[in-house]
Ligand binder design. Structure first.
Ligand code: ADP
Ligand code: MG
Length: 225
């Protein structure tokens, strides 16, 4: 399997004298993996995911993308890498309330130089079709159920066909049945080629993933099947 992202001796502190939130993390993520990140509240799961997803920077250590060390890139350069390669899904969906469903799904393509603006609508509709919500394209998010909103967020995350999908407690605001449906959908779409990392408290979600990583007190406590 080809290496997608490698973290080497990554640590993160939010203030100089406080205990680090992450300490000496060594982690390799390969193409095609599905990974669940588990651990108690406050253990550092979201911080780790934010570093993997280039939303936050480590205070020490190295970040390699396809074996290339990109630690020293500027924030701006990293955001370009993020927009091109990474799709994010959040617990609170983070859809833009003033935009239609279709416009929400179009947004990530505006940051992707590889996609022409003439393709935006067709690609957004294709992504909505993949999550079973093409008929809702003209509506606004407030008219949708939580499960439907999360499916729109999945379409938005997948529309750039990113190498990596990151989801931070994506089923945390959904009931069990809806959460199971959302995860099944996410997994099916990732089976088409994206790598998936999901932070979750939900054992049924974790069981869908082939690898599990447990974080305890800012360190990797378990990494295996
Ligand atoms: P988890 O997702 O496992 O619940 P987090 O990664 O959100 O944990 O947080 C880990 C620790 O880092 C917590 O103690 C939290 O308070 C702290 N933390 C997270 N983000 C920040 C921040 N922006 N500033 C200061 N402390 C933070
Ligand atoms: Mg968290």
């Amino acid at each position: 399997m080809e290496q997608l992202i490698t973290l080497e001796q990554v640590s993160k502190s939010f203030s100089a004298n406080a205990k680090p939130v992450l300490e000496d993390i060594d982690l390799t993520i390969n193409d095609g993996e599905s990974i669940a990140i588990l651990g108690p509240s406050g253990s550092g799961k979201s911080t780790l995911l934010s570093i993997i997803g280039l939303l936050d920077e480590p205070t020490a250590g190295d970040y390699l993308l396809r074996s290339e060390n990109i630690t020293a890139l500027t924030r701006k350069q990293k955001s370009l890498v993020r927009n091109a390669h990474i799709g994010w899904i959040f617990q609170n969906f983070n859809l833009i309330a003033s935009m239609t469903v279709l416009e929400n799904v179009v947004q990530p393509m505006r940051f992707n130089k590889a996609i022409k603006s003439s393709e935006y609508i067709d690609r957004a509709k294709e992504a909505l079709n993949d999550v079973g919500l093409l008929d809702k394209h003209a509506t606004t998010p407030d008219k949708l159920s939580g499960g439907q909103q999360q499916r729109v967020a999945i379409a938005r995350a997948l529309v750039n066909k990113p190498a990596l999908i990151l989801a931070d407690e994506p089923t945390g605001n959904l009931d069990q049945a809806t959460g199971d449906e959302v995860m099944a959908l996410l997994q099916a779409l990732c089976d088409k080629g994206s790598t998936l990392i999901v932070v979750t408290h939900d054992e049924s979600v974790a069981q869908r993933c082939k690898r599990r990583i447990r974080i305890l007190d800012g360190r990797i406590d378990y990494d295996g099947k």
